[in-house]
Design a protein around this ligand. Structure first.
Ligand code: C2E
Ligand code: MG
Ligand code: MG
Ligand code: MG
Length: 261
């Protein structure tokens, strides 16, 4: 009996584009108030013979065959549609974040232009997360110019996974980032990690940036976030990534007035 060979990049991307990608949503909460401020859209996909595929695997395959913008357009379309429904239902504007790779950020990008146009008709605030993980050569003046234009068009931008890559502090100095998302790795470095966390948060606050800590799994980690002065939190302790339907149900649960009190 031979095992099913791993799918090729073409099989992965072709299969997902044909059957439809899925998007999971993970709530983002303001630490001080406990209020839901929005959610991150995370790519999900599975192929019949291979089961669930990790989003990083899909992003890698799509990048290698030049189809990342096509894949991300489907993700963003779903994310913005869900965010519109949710914002209208809640009667207030929520933030939806979409992950982008640095290589997708360049001034003439038709995908970014589409995102800007599409965001205009979305009542939610659209915030793009750009990871610092990965290829450090993929960042330069082109990216800076494209981000200037995205900000000017009213989109939010965040550095994602700060602490996992080559943290170029120059990037932090260059502009007002809407948010900076700190990787959960800060929580796994013991006491010295907590010193880094505390001072990184203080530095980012002095730069006027909202700070989010990702991957909170325990009450103790939530307390660490609180002590360090983190503004926003995200993680399985608060809420795991969920389907659009589950998110909409969650909104009703968490936002309904406490009529019974
Ligand atoms: P990320 O952007 O940092 O997203 C957060 C990841 O942490 C998600 O993994 C999420 O499921 C996971 N996570 C959430 N809460 C916890 C927790 O409490 N503990 C732990 N250990 N993990 C938690 P996921 O969905 O597997 O995504 C992995 C990465 O794949 C993302 O990291 C992001 O870099 C990338 N990715 C996901 N969706 C997309 C996408 O649509 N486009 C692009 N370019 N990249 C994506
Ligand atoms: Mg992210
Ligand atoms: Mg992240
Ligand atoms: Mg992360």
């Amino acid at each position: 009996m031979s095992a099913t060979p791993p799918p090729s990049d073409d099989e992965i991307v072709g299969g997902l584009l044909q059957q439809g990608l899925d998007v999971a949503y993970q709530p983002i909460v303001e630490l001080a108030s406990g209020d839901l401020v929005g959610w991150e859209a995370l790519l999900r996909g599975q192929l019949p013979e291979h089961g669930a595929l990790s989003p990083l695997h899909v992003v890698g395959s799509a990048t290698r065959i030049g189809a990342l913008d096509t894949v991300m357009r489907q993700v963003a379309e779903q994310a913005l549609t869900t965010a519109s429904v949710a914002s209208l239902r809640l009667g207030r504007s929520m933030t939806v974040t979409v992950n982008l790779e640095p290589a997708q950020i360049w001034p003439g990008s038709p995908f970014l232009q589409w995102l800007v146009d599409r965001s205009r008709s979305c009542p939610a605030q659209v915030l793009l997360e750009v990871t610092e993980r990965g290829d450090e050569t993929a960042w330069g003046e082109e990216q800076e110019l494209a981000l200037d234009r995205l900000q000017a068009a009213g989109l939010g931008i965040a550095i994602d996974d700060l602490g996992t890559g080559v943290s170029r502090l120059r990037l932090l100095a260059r502009r007002d980032w809407t948010w900076v998302k700190l990787d959960r790795g800060f929580l796994l470095l013991g006491d010295r990690g907590l010193v880094l966390l505390r001072h990184t948060v203080a530095m980012l606050h002095e730069l006027g940036t909202v700070v989010l800590l990702e991957g909170i799994e325990t009450d103790e980690q939530l307390e660490i976030a609180r002590t360090a002065g983190v503004d926003l939190v995200q993680g399985n302790l608060l809420s795991c990534p969920m389907s659009a339907d589950a998110l909409l149900a969650h909104l009703v649960d968490t936002s309904s007035p406490r009529a019974t009190e």
